[in-house]
Ligand binder design. Structure first.
Ligand code: KG4
Ligand code: ZN
Length: 357
């Protein structure tokens, strides 16, 4: 990996109480060319005389470098994710890729975002090798919870997914109830560290051994009910957040412990469900390893639980470094390297509903 530059609008979203699609797309328009330029510079893809720090340059100067005949970067292709996701954001990426592809005369490789979360594991120091296949792939993000079978590096078959909310979405919605901004997963996880996961009982979603599908909406409802019992949460239509804040500053010691225990119970229930179903699928399909990806794979308890279980079943676990678990460009480039099919720009269309084949 020569460079991996990410611009994030998380801070902006936390000010507005969540992602507003149009605001996200407008921000991406502002940042996409400077980010591409910085990535190319860091990777030394321009001849050195053209390199100049972006900080000292206006947007017009960056645009003119991207346009200049002398500064066609030394790259093989442009990989772009065309779905799933928010249509506005996808269009910003897809149209930019098409334009640069025409300008620089480089092919485009359209990539499914979900594949990116799996293939990013091939960037790790310890990466899947031929004898780790077949492997079970698990994508756990804010929008998806899917189990797939990878017979080899290129063949992916979908096995199961969520019937309602995704695991990350469950973390985010429960965190919102407690008054915490997106992304909620890291916050719940931080509070859970001081809690007792056995204090509160939350229902295990779709517990059957041969049931690989997920369902997190019942768990979310049970968590809401339990929280209301202890904190008398009220909907507050005045605030964008939607719920009155349960800030740990306003709570007495006993209430604080309830908050920590609720978070610990929620985290453990989500983690146990994911690990159990994924390991069951791995055994059923005689997999030799499990490849994990998506924002929720940054969860420490999830990875530790996977490691423990995997030892028992003799499965190897692959998970990305923390900075590669949430959305990034390197994961799209890696998926292009393994599965990429150069496609004429006219045939590439942003697809918000794109899924596994
Ligand atoms: O893959 P990602 O960056 O974006 C999507 O494609 O959705 O995943 C974002 C999701 C959010 O739901 C966020 O709460 C969750 O990943 N997440 C975590 C953690 N870090 C991020 N969930 C649990 N524990 C974490 N440490
Ligand atoms: Zn993602």
């Amino acid at each position: 990996m020569l460079s991996n530059i990410t611009a994030t609008s998380l801070q902006l979203h936390s000010q507005t109480g969540g992602i507003i699609p149009e605001t996200a797309a407008r921000e991406q328009i502002k940042y996409i060319l400077p980010v591409i330029n910085e990535a190319l510079q860091k990777a030394q893809a321009y001849s050195s005389s053209e390199e100049q720090s972006d900080e000292s340059r206006s947007v017009n100067e960056i645009h003119s470098q991207l346009r200049s005949n002398n500064s066609i970067p030394n790259i093989d292709a442009i990989a772009i994710t065309y779905g799933p996701g928010l249509i506005g954001s996808l269009l910003v990426g897809v149209e930019t890729a098409k334009t640069l592809s025409i300008l620089w005369n480089k092919p485009i490789i359209p990539i499914n975002h979900l594949y990116g979360h799996l293939y990013v594991n091939f960037l790790s120091d310890v990466k899947p090798e031929k004898d780790n296949f077949p492997t079970i792939g698990l994508v756990v993000s804010g929008g998806h919870t899917d189990i797939v079978l990878m017979k080899d590096e290129k063949t992916i078959t979908w096995i199961a997914g969520t019937r309602d909310d995704a695991a990350g979405e469950c973390f985010d919605k429960c965190a919102r109830l407690l008054g915490y901004d997106y992304p909620g997963g890291p916050k719940i996880s931080e509070l859970a560290k001081k809690g007792d996961p056995k204090r509160f009982h939350l229902p295990t979603p779709l517990p059957g051994k041969d049931e690989y599908d997920f369902s997190f909406s019942g768990l979310k409802t049970a968590f809401f009910r339990l929280t209301q019992e202890h904190f008398q949460v009220e909907r507050n239509s005045q605030e964008k957040i939607g719920w009155k804040e349960i800030s740990s500053d306003h709570l007495n010691i006993e209430q604080q412990q309830i908050l920590y225990d609720l978070c610990a119970s929620l985290e453990k229930t989500i983690v146990d469900t994911i690990v159990k179903k994924t390991c069951n699928a791995a055994i059923k399909h005689a997999a030799k390893s499990i490849i994990i990806g998506g924002g929720v794979s940054a969860n420490q308890l999830l990875i530790e639980t996977f490691q423990r279980q995997a030892e028992e079943y003799g499965l190897q676990i692959f998970s990305p470094a923390r900075n590669l678990s949430t959305d990034n460009g390197a994961m799209i480039a890696t998926a292009a390297f393994f599965t990429g099919k150069e496609t004429p720009w006219e045939e590439i269309t942003a697809d918000p509903e794109l899924y596994f084949d």
